[in-house]
Write a protein that binds this ligand. Sequence first.
Ligand SMILES: [Zn+2]
Ligand SMILES: [Zn+2]
Length: 173
Amino acid sequence: MIYNVAQLLKGSNGVSIDAEIDGDVVLDSEEFRIVEPIEGMVRLQRVTNGIFVEGEFDVTVEMTCARCLEPFEETFTCQLRELFKPTIDILTGAIVHEQSGDGDFYIDDHHQLNITEAVRQNTILALPMQPLCSETCKGLCPMCGKNLNNEICNCAETPSEHWNALKSLTFDN
Ligand SMILES: [Zn+2]
Ligand SMILES: [Zn+2]
């Protein structure tokens, strides 16, 4: 996911090229795992401050359902809108920005623009706080632990002993 933008940097503001997104990103997460190559499109546009990257990509992630604890996959469509600043001036070779680790994105000193980290960050933004295999996932029975999507247990219909005692008390009165 690296693009050489030397020609674009030499161009005038507004000039753009379209390119494919196709590659792998590691999320560095125990909960979420990307299972297929990421695919999409980006437009790289020359702007005053550098190159503006705008795109859309699909990412398929494997995760664990918060209710039934089964692994499942879901494909998210993510947006990408980031400004990449040059580190050196394309014409003079002078340093114009130090890469400062302040969260901004930079084009390296060979005029390579690498969107991998931006794709990773935008993927994380799309991930759910509480993954669900389905909105209607029934989850696990709190009594016997069975996955209620696959089988029905009788726990809910069996009154607890506590409840029985209460019932007999009422009848006595
Ligand atoms: Zn589930
Ligand atoms: Zn049960």
